[in-house]
Design a protein around this ligand. Structure first.
Ligand code: GDP
Ligand code: MN
Length: 340
């Protein structure tokens, strides 16, 4: 559209021209989603400020903030100062968040104590398990999320290191992508001792859900006998909620949930989402967003390619990029996809 082409490259305040350009620009049916506690306010303001500066002030995609408690007025006010987009604030229903009654608390506690002894991060935390189960099975079921198809997950205290001069949502739409990531590390095996076995059982029970040309080759180095612990780091996700809302993932989540493993072990939403993406999507439907410089403590993805780095006015250190760090799975991804 001519309106979109006449849009100024950058602007800091809304004016007639920029509003017109925004109206004329094509947008996907998409939202940011941020799960946060009231105590995460400063970090959430930081994350929203950065994504606005680096991307969203030109697009005005809306935000959904979710919390297991009502957000404070201060939270809503300070967030609203950061963006001219629609901001909505939801409270998660208790049955989507809390440990279900049928979980054997004694058994759950035994495993928590064991992980504490092994010094595993969040090993003793019930609220962390609530969060992981929520992000695995419930964020896309929240009322405020129903009107959207695409989402970009953001967390408090993350950094966006480069200008994002394209629209990742319309990119996904136009290129038939369902799941996008920036960082892929190894999981702590102690948190998921029985997860791979359940994945194998599920695949046997539901061969009809397994995609042709899937990415399961990324998840195992020995033809599927063992999980290599690779996963997409889900604190950053750009994805299609139709994927999570479809029968394959619903069946998979319900099966995993019925085993109690979110509480009897400490399954993260990252391996759960990743294994599902690897089983139910074609590998071509999973996308590595190289251009998006992104940091979540302690890892940062910084574009290596000089022209991408320069064009994006990136402020990260390319030498510290996680991609080919020893703890990164990126080489496995490259091998699977023939990227390099
Ligand atoms: P990590 O990234 O695995 O270290 O875990 P975080 O502490 O960053 O938690 C992941 C996300 O869930 C972040 O967006 C947090 O703000 C959010 N979160 C974690 N625990 C809770 C909680 O008890 N309540 C709420 N509302 N959000 C939480
Ligand atoms: Mn985090």
């Amino acid at each position: 559209a001519p309106g979109a082409q006449s849009e100024p490259e950058t602007y800091h305040h809304l004016n007639v021209n920029s509003s017109f350009a925004l109206l004329a620009k094509r947008r996907a049916n998409a939202t940011f989603v941020i799960l946060a506690r009231n105590s995460d306010l400063n970090g959430t303001v930081q994350s929203v400020y950065q994504i606005e500066e680096r991307f969203n002030k030109k697009h005005r995609y809306p935000y959904v903030f979710l919390n297991d408690e009502p957000f404070t007025e201060e939270f809503k006010q300070r967030i609203s100062l950061m963006t001219s987009s629609l901001t909505e604030f939801g409270v998660i229903p208790s049955q989507h968040w809390n440990q279900p009654d049928w979980i054997d608390e004694e058994k759950a506690k035994k495993f928590r104590d064991k992980l504490v002894e092994q010094d595993i991060i969040y090993g003793g935390s019930v609220s962390y398990r609530n969060m992981c189960r929520f992000n695995s099975g419930f964020f896309f079921k929240q009322e405020l999320m129903q009107k959207y198809r695409w989402y970009w997950r953001i967390e408090p205290d993350v950094n966006f290191h480069c200008d994002i001069d394209f629209d990742p949502f319309t990119f996904m739409e136009d290129n038939n992508k369902v799941y996008g990531f920036t960082i892929t590390p190894y999981e702590f095996e102690a948190t998921i001792p029985s997860l791979w076995g359940h994945v194998q059982d599920f695949m046997k029970q539901h061969p009809e859900y397994i995609a042709q040309d899937n990415a399961m080759g990324f998840m195992s180095n020995d033809g599927g006998e063992h999980y290599n612990l690779c996963h997409f780091w889900s604190n950053f996700e750009i994805a299609d909620m139709e994927f999570w809302r479809a029968p394959a993932y619903s069946a998979f989540f319900n099966y995993l949930d019925s085993t109690g493993g979110f509480y009897y072990e400490r399954w993260g939403d990252a391996p759960v989402h990743s294994l599902a993406a690897a089983m139910f999507a074609k590998k071509d439907e999973i996308h590595f967003f190289n251009e998006i410089g992104y940091g979540h403590h302690p890892f940062t993805h910084c574009p290596r390619d000089e022209n991408v780095y320069t064009k994006g006015r990136c402020n990260c250190d390319r030498q510290q990029s996680f991609d080919y760090h020893g703890y990164s799975c990126m080489i496995h991804w490259d091998k699977l996809t023939g990227r390099v």
